[in-house]
Design a protein around this ligand. Structure first.
Ligand code: GLN
Length: 434
C-alpha cells in the first residue's frame, strides 16, 4: 500500500529533468492528458481527477498556480486547455510533486483504494459508543459525545478527512507533545531534561506526584507540562508566550490560523484545582527553575495552552509534520529539527497515552499523544500523520473510538513499528490459537 520512502530512486532518475534543463518530464505529463483526436489540447478534468484521486486538494499551496488555472479551465473553458499552456504551467510549478502526483508515485500510490478501506474502518468504529466524555472541566461536558472525526495527511501532503473533521476542539494534552518539541528547539534538550524526567509515571495524567528526584516523570503529563511552561520563552509575558507557541502550531499545520477557546480557558482556570495542587507540589519541591515565572503565571500559560483549538483536519497535518522529521508536508517549511522530532516521538511512544501507554505501544506500536477532549495525534514515521477525535474516553482518559480506529488501521497496514512488512500477523495469531 505504501511506496517505500525511496522516492530517492525517482529523484536520481529525474534529477536532470528537475533541473529544468530538459522538457521531457513536462512532455511526458502533457502526453498523459492529450485529448484523443485533438493532440494539441489537454482534457483538464482528467488531470484534476487524477490529483483528487491521489489525495491532492484543489487548495494545495504547493501546486496552487497550476491548480487554480486547471479549475478555471474546467469551469469556464469547457474543460480544455492547449497542450502548450499546460506544458508552460508545469514548467513553473513544483514539477517533482506534480510528476509524482500524476504518475501515482506519492507515498500512498493507490490513494483511492486507501480512502475506501479507511472509510470502511471509520464507519465500523462509529458503532463503538463505549466510554464517557470528560466532565471535570465544565466546558468539555457540553460537547456532543457522538462527534467522530478522522483525518490523515501523508508525508507527501495527501489528505483524507472523514466525519466531523472541520469541527474545532481544544487540543488539551494532545498539545503537550508539541509544546515539548517546541521547547526542545527553543530551550534545548539539556535544559528541559534537567527539570523533567523521561520515564512513564504509571499513574493518571493529573496525579499529584513526582519521581524520586522530586521532578515530573515526563513532559507528556500535567506535572511535566507545567514545568515546561516555566521554561518556555522565559522573561516574556503570558500573552507573548502564547503568541509564540500558537505561531509554531500554525507553522506545524501548514499555515492555518490557530486560536484559543476563551470559554475552555476560563473553565479550566476556575476549576483546575488539581493543576493548582500539582503546581504547589512542584514549587514546594523546587522543581521549577529558581528564577522562573511566578506560579500563577505558569498555571495561566498552561490553561491557555490546553485551550488552543485545532480541527482533526489541521491536527493531521501537525502529526504529518512529525512523521516527516519536522518539515511540514503541505508547505515544505522546516518547523522543527529532526532531533527534536525524534526525541518527541520517543516519548510519545513510551508515554503518550498516560497510564495506557504500555498497552498502546503493545497493540498499536506507534508514537501518539491523546487529550481529554477526545483527540489523539498518531504518527506513522516516514509515512503519515493522523488526528482522531471522538469525545468518549476510556478509564485512562483516551478516546475509545480513537484507540479502536488506530488498532484496526495499524493491523490492516502493518503499521506497528516492529511489524515485518508483508507479514500476516492476523493469520499467525489465529493459527496459534487453534
Ligand atoms: N486541561 C487538562 C487538565 O489539565 C488536560 C489534561 C488532558 O488532556 N489529559 O487536566
Amino acid at each position: 500500500m505504501f511506496t517505500r520512502i525511496g522516492t530517492a530512486a525517482l529523484r536520481s532518475c529525474f534529477r536532470q529533468s528537475f533541473s529544468r534543463k530538459f522538457a521531457s518530464t513536462e512532455n511526458l505529463l502533457v502526453d498523459l492528458y492529450r485529448k484523443e483526436g485533438a493532440l494539441d489540447t489537454v482534457t483538464v478534468s482528467l488531470a484534476l481527477n487524477d490529483l483528487r484521486d491521489g489525495g491532492i486538494r484543489k487548495t494545495d499551496k504547493r501546486l496552487l498556480p497550476l491548480l487554480e488555472r486547471l479549475v478555471h479551465a474546467q469551469e469556464n473553458e469547457n474543460g480544455q486547455m492547449s497542450a502548450e499552456e499546460f506544458e508552460k504551467l508545469l514548467n513553473c510549478t513544483n514539477l517533482e510533486l506534480a510528476y509524482k502526483a500524476f504518475q501515482k508515485q506519492l507515498i500512498i500510490p493507490d490513494f483511492q483504494g486507501f480512502r475506501a478501506e479507511v472509510t470502511d474502518i471509520f464507519e465500523g468504529v462509529r458503532e463503538n459508543r463505549e466510554g464517557n466524555i470528560a466532565t471535570y472541566i465544565p466546558d468539555l461536558a457540553k460537547v456532543d459525545p457522538d462527534l467522530w472525526a478522522a483525518a490523515i495527511c501523508s508525508v507527501d501532503g495527501q489528505r483524507l478527512a472523514l466525519g466531523d473533521s472541520a469541527k474545532r476542539f481544544s487540543v488539551q494534552s494532545a498539545g503537550k507533545c508539541l509544546n515539548y518539541a517546541i521547547a526542545l528547539d527553543s530551550v534545548s534538550s539539556d535544559v528541559v531534561h534537567k527539570y523533567i524526567g523521561l520515564e512513564q509515571s504509571g499513574k493518571e495524567f493529573n496525579a499529584i506526584t513526582l519521581n524520586e528526584e522530586g521532578r515530573p516523570h515526563n513532559p507528556m503529563i500535567n506535572s511535566g507540562s507545567l514545568v515546561l511552561c516555566s521554561l518556555l520563552e522565559r522573561g516574556r509575558s503570558v500573552s507573548d508566550k502564547l503568541d509564540f507557541v500558537r505561531s509554531q502550531y500554525e507553522r506545524l499545520c501548514g499555515g492555518e490560523s490557530v486560536g484559543t477557546n476563551s470559554s475552555t480557558y476560563s473553565s479550566e482556570k476556575e476549576t483546575g484545582h488539581r493543576n493548582y495542587a500539582i503546581g504547589h507540589l512542584l514549587q514546594d519541591s523546587g522543581a521549577f527553575p529558581a528564577d522562573g515565572p511566578p506560579l500563577g503565571e505558569i498555571l495561566d500559560f498552561y490553561f491557555h495552552l490546553c485551550s488552543i483549538e485545532i480541527t482533526a483536519d489541521t491536527g493531521a497535518v501537525i502529526a504529518a509534520t512529525l512523521a516527516n522529521g519536522g518539515i511540514c508536508p503541505t508547505t515544505g517549511e522546516k518547523v522543527l529539527s529532526a532531533l527534536a522530532v525524534r526525541n518527541t516521538l520517543s516519548l510519545m511512544f513510551s508515554c503518550g497515552l498516560y497510564d495506557y501507554s504500555g498497552q498502546w505501544a503493545f497493540a498499536v506500536g506507534l508514537p501518539a499523544k491523546s487529550g481529554v477532549s477526545g483527540c489523539i495525534l498518531v504518527v506513522v514515521p516516514n509515512k503519515m500523520g493522523l488526528c482522531l477525535m471522538s469525545p468518549r474516553l476510556e478509564e485512562h482518559g483516551n478516546s475509545v473510538r480513537g484507540i479502536d480506529f488506530a488498532k484496526r488501521l495499524a493491523d490492516k497496514y502493518n503499521l506497528h513499528q516492529f511489524d515485518l512488512s508483508g507479514k500476516d500477523y492476523k493469520r499467525e495469531i489465529e493459527e496459534e490459537a487453534n
